[in-house]
Design a protein around this ligand. Structure first.
Ligand code: EPZ
Length: 417
């Protein structure tokens, strides 16, 4: 799929099931390395980042294959510490292999995980935390070498609730000698999912869901069967797609308990939401309302991964909105493409934009430059008059199983070419 074609101006109607969470699946797949056993991961999303992780696990010697019920990984045959593959340099999410391989093998050689268009993506918090557990790091050209003769539990305080750093500490700590206390841990639901998988494997972790995790040592881990939770960012994408395009939709399996800030913003924009055990029913306003300030923040704040999608909807809202991005330093790349569709957006410094809502966007040929900006352009196409063409779909495929199929199930006129 190279491009997505959207005939905009169609109100959404219908129901769609929300896929498994990319950002929960990736650390769980890395964690299977710690068991030296077989695990069946159900509801694992079939997306490019998962396929890349699967190829890395195979490169390490795991046997991995898709079954009817999910993805089966047997890590009893892991033979190599060196991950030396394009997937690593191009994929940030492989960084969680660092903690898992340190835990399993005591050493790892990997390409420095690259940054991306949304930011430099430094890893200082990961390195500082793991050094406290006895890991020594060296750089050799573009490679990162890590080695721990003895991996020891430690009392670690994260100065910022980094999702990835939290995951790497948990992954390294479960097989370390001695307990680990992690303060300032990230609160994103994906951390809880990782801890729950590890608990199913036999790990003892206290404080799950809080900012202080205690990972007990000395537990033998075994393979298990585990279901990946639904993706809150995919659910939020479709929810705001309806708020902007109009209509009413049902998002089956949407993890609304983990979407408080998202539901709150959707209601501020005029949406009416009805939650149930099965998911979320969304009724859109005739036209979205502007919001004084949308500010991204670590969970439970408004997620940075939905900032671009919210920006698309604010572009057609009644009134002026301001959006402040506090997590990544370059997450307004989508602005130039939204302007080509008629959006009136003023950049005020590097982390704030002011949006003057227009009644209609018009179609254009636009380009996705990263995952969530790409999704935001598809949402903008739903609201625009005429046919919008979104290229650069390889970015969107990293996180969405099939955004065209899903929006078609909601009544949108979307095709891929
Ligand atoms: C995870 O990235 C997610 N990726 C991101 O989703 C998400 O946007 C982010 O968490 C925040 O929620 C995965 O889970 C695979 P961080 P991560 O470490 O772990 C700075 C998507 O679209 N930082 O919480 O990289 C960093 O530069 C992706 O699905 C350091 O300075 O996020 C950023 O400004 C995009 N030093 C901030 O912290 C470090 O050592 C948040 O980073 C680590 C991070």
């Amino acid at each position: 799929m190279d491009s997505i074609h959207i005939q905009g101006g169609v109100a959404l109607q219908g129901k769609v099931r929300i896929q498994g969470s990319k950002n929960a699946a990736l650390p769980v797949l890395a964690a299977t390395l710690l068991t030296g056993d077989g695990s069946l991961i159900r509801n694992c999303p079939r997306i490019a980042d998962v396929y890349a992780m699967v190829s890395l696990l195979k490169e390490l010697g795991c046997s991995v294959y898709w079954q009817e019920k999910g993805l089966f990984i047997d890590s009893s045959t892991v033979r190599r510490e060196e991950i030396c593959s394009d997937a690593v340099t191009g994929m940030r999410s492989s960084l969680c292999l660092l903690g898992a391989l340190i835990g399993r093998c005591g050493e790892v050689v990997m390409e420095h995980p690259g940054g991306c268009v949304i930011g430099r993506r430094p890893i200082d918090l990961h390195l500082t935390a793991l050094e406290q557990m006895g890991v020594e790091f060296r750089e050799k050209g573009a490679k990162l070498l890590a080695k721990a003769d003895r991996l020891c539990g430690a009392h670690i305080i994260l100065p910022f609730p980094s999702v990835g750093a939290t995951e790497n500490v948990v992954l390294a700590a479960v097989l370390a000698e001695g307990d680990t206390v992690l303060e300032g841990a990230a609160l994103e639901p994906e951390i809880a999912a990782l801890c729950q998988y590890l608990q199913c494997c036999g790990a003892e972790i206290d404080g799950v869901g809080t900012g202080q995790l205690v990972i007990r040592s000395g537990r033998k881990l075994y393979g298990t069967e585990f279901a990946i939770p639904a993706d809150r960012i995919v659910a939020g994408t479709y929810l705001f797609g309806c708020i902007g395009a109009g209509g009413s939709v049902f998002l089956e399996d949407a993890p609304w308990e983990d979407m408080g800030a998202v539901l709150e913003l959707a209601e501020h924009m005029g949406g009416r939401l009805y939650t149930s055990q099965e998911g979320v029913y969304v009724q859109a306003p005739n036209r979205p309302l502007a919001v004084d300030c949308i500010r991204t923040a670590p969970h439970p704040g408004f997620p940075t991964d939905l900032q671009s999608v919210a920006l698309s909807v604010a572009a057609v809202a009644e009134g002026q909105s301001m959006i402040r991005e506090t997590i990544f330093e370059n997450r307004f790349r989508v602005v130039e493409d939204l302007r080509r569709m008629g959006a009136r957006i003023e950049e005020q410094g590097v982390d704030v934009v002011r949006v003057h809502g227009v009644s209609k966007l018009h179609s254009a040929e636009v380009e996705a430059r990263e995952l969530r900006g790409g999704a935001a352009l598809v949402v903008a196409g739903l609201m625009a008059q005429g046919e919008t063409v979104v290229t650069g779909c390889q970015y969107i495929n990293r996180g969405y199983e099939n955004i065209c199929r899903d929006f078609r199930e909601l009544g949108a006129r979307v095709t891929s070419a």
